[in-house]
Design a protein. Structure first.
Length: 258
């Protein structure tokens, strides 16, 4: 029964993530959801900015601390190891849901695309960013990244093993296509409001810091193969030449530290 419970729990956590992911598309893009980054301000500017920064900081702390190996070692004394990733996904979803509910629009337009063609191009980049995010998760084992593989193996009584270190498709040209997609999503706004700019600036700063922490963990996990990969492949600006490991070692992929 414990294995069944952990599996059902993992499925629920995944569904919570997937619903949150879909809502985030509307929240950031201002599309068909009750709350968005933009809108009419309710509070004065300073309290609104303070609340928004607090929400972003809460997500950043949760997302980074719970992904670190030292935290996982402590946390799995409390939760079953098979449910650790699902729990991380659930807490990330809850932090985002709180942001969706409590986010405060600030008002004011910083810049906007004036012509219909320009707005269409920017929105297409926004859509492409979301597609890039989703495809990048598929390339690095989507179901492992969001905890379903772990609980499925536990249900079947099989030992969990980390996916092998690899450089599938996009990862041969850029180390973090997942983050490239997120940056496209955050900055591709036909109308850039003050609240949206605050969100884009803070999330970009977080991504740049998170990459440093993540790559430190990846080096510890994969050793020399990742060092070679990091030295050969750009972090965020894609290379024109695909990565080739001359030592025939397996390459690199964003793992559960993301």
């Amino acid at each position: 029964m414990k294995r069944v419970f952990v599996f059902v729990y993992g499925v629920i956590c995944y569904l919570a993530f997937f619903g949150t992911f879909l809502y985030a598309i509307g929240f950031i893009g201002g599309l068909a959801v009750p709350t968005t980054l933009d809108g009419q301000p309710v509070l004065p500017v300073l309290p609104a900015v303070a609340i928004d920064l607090g929400l972003l900081a809460l997500f950043a702390v949760q997302h980074s601390v719970m992904a670190r190996p030292w935290f996982k070692r402590w946390w799995t004394r409390i939760v079953p190891p098979a449910a650790e990733r699902s729990t991380y996904v659930l807490f990330s979803s809850l932090a985002l849901i709180l942001m969706f509910v409590a986010w405060q629009p600030i008002g004011g337009v910083v810049w906007q695309a004036e012509s219909a063609v320009a707005r269409t191009i920017v929105f297409d980049l926004f859509a492409f960013g979301w597609a890039l995010v989703f495809v990048s998760t598929l390339l690095i084992n989507h179901f492992d990244l969001f905890g379903l593989r772990q609980v499925w193996l536990y249900l079947r009584g099989k030992q969990y093993t980390h996916p092998k270190f690899s450089t599938p498709l996009l990862y041969k040209f850029v180390r973090h296509p997942l983050y490239v997609g997120w940056l496209m999503v955050f900055w591709s706004a036909p109308t850039m409001t003050a609240a949206h700019l605050l969100f884009a600036l803070m999330t970009t700063a977080y991504i740049l810091m998170a990459i440093r922490w993540e790559e430190k963990d990846l080096v510890a996990l994969h050793g020399e193969p990742y060092r070679r990969y990091r030295e050969s492949v750009p972090m965020l600006v894609p290379s024109l030449q695909p990565y080739k490991d001359t030592n025939n070692e397996v390459g690199a992929a964003e793992r559960a530290t993301a």
